[in-house]
Design a protein. Structure first.
Length: 211
């Protein structure tokens, strides 16, 4: 399978952590993509093989046996079903819906973090501080909600809802260094307790090459 990646993307990271947690990294060719900072507002030039793989032109994108998947949700779902025997996300029932509910909140944080990033890459004249504040508020609200409604259900297994949550926490620390922990101190303690897992250590974010 071929997976298009960057080192900075939290969406890519949740897929890479999933791969490591499933122990299937040997099955992948990881293709690094490059992104000039103009990606925030413009269609940027990409390698022909990446353009051929995905009309969305976003990462992650997975070319698997007989199927191309162009977002992290479907990729994680696919890997969990095809290679994980549903151990990172229940196949059905209440456990599945609770995990999806938690993932929707953690995913909303990641989405807000990335939208904020794109906004910050705009020129000074174009940038909206209102929009940045809105994205920050959404992130912090969702961190607090994860703590209140979803953290109490986290079990011993480091499954997809926990992977997505840990990636959101880590990205905030790495990209913004802001105080989300005051909104969710118990979530912060949980994150600190999982941050040393090999799958997270091996996928620490780093700046994406621009050229
Ligand atoms: N919902 C998608 C979001 C993917 C996404 O937004 N990826 C970003 C990088 S973090 C991207 O490729 N941005 C480039 C662009 O929007 O042009 C997923 O879960 O994979």
């Amino acid at each position: 399978m071929r997976l298009y990646v960057t080192p900075a993307s939290p969406w890519v990271r949740r897929v890479r952590v999933t791969i490591l947690e499933l122990g299937i990294e040997n099955r992948f060719e990881f293709v690094q993509t490059k992104w000039p900072h103009s990606w925030g507002t413009q269609t940027v030039a990409v390698a022909p093989d990446f353009a051929a793989a995905t009309p969305v032109l976003r990462i992650p994108a997975l070319i698997a046996d007989g199927v191309t998947l162009t977002d992290s949700h479907s990729i994680c779902d696919y890997l969990n079903a095809e290679f994980g025997d549903y151990r990172l996300l229940a196949r059905e029932g209440t456990a599945r819906w609770q995990a999806l509910a938690a993932m929707a909140i953690a995913g909303a944080i990641i989405e807000a973090q990335i939208m904020q990033r794109a906004e910050l890459l705009r020129s000074d004249e174009e940038r909206s501080n209102d929009f940045i504040a809105k994205m920050r508020d959404r992130s912090f609200r969702c961190f607090a909600d994860l703590e209140k409604h979803h953290l109490p259900r986290f079990g011993a297994a480091f499954e997809l809802a926990q992977i997505t949550t840990a990636v959101a926490c880590s990205y905030d620390d790495w990209r913004y260094g802001r105080d989300w922990r005051s909104s969710a101190p118990k979530l912060a303690a949980w994150y600190d307790s999982v941050a040393d897992r090999p799958s997270l250590k091996a996928t620490q974010p780093a700046e994406t090459p621009q050229h």
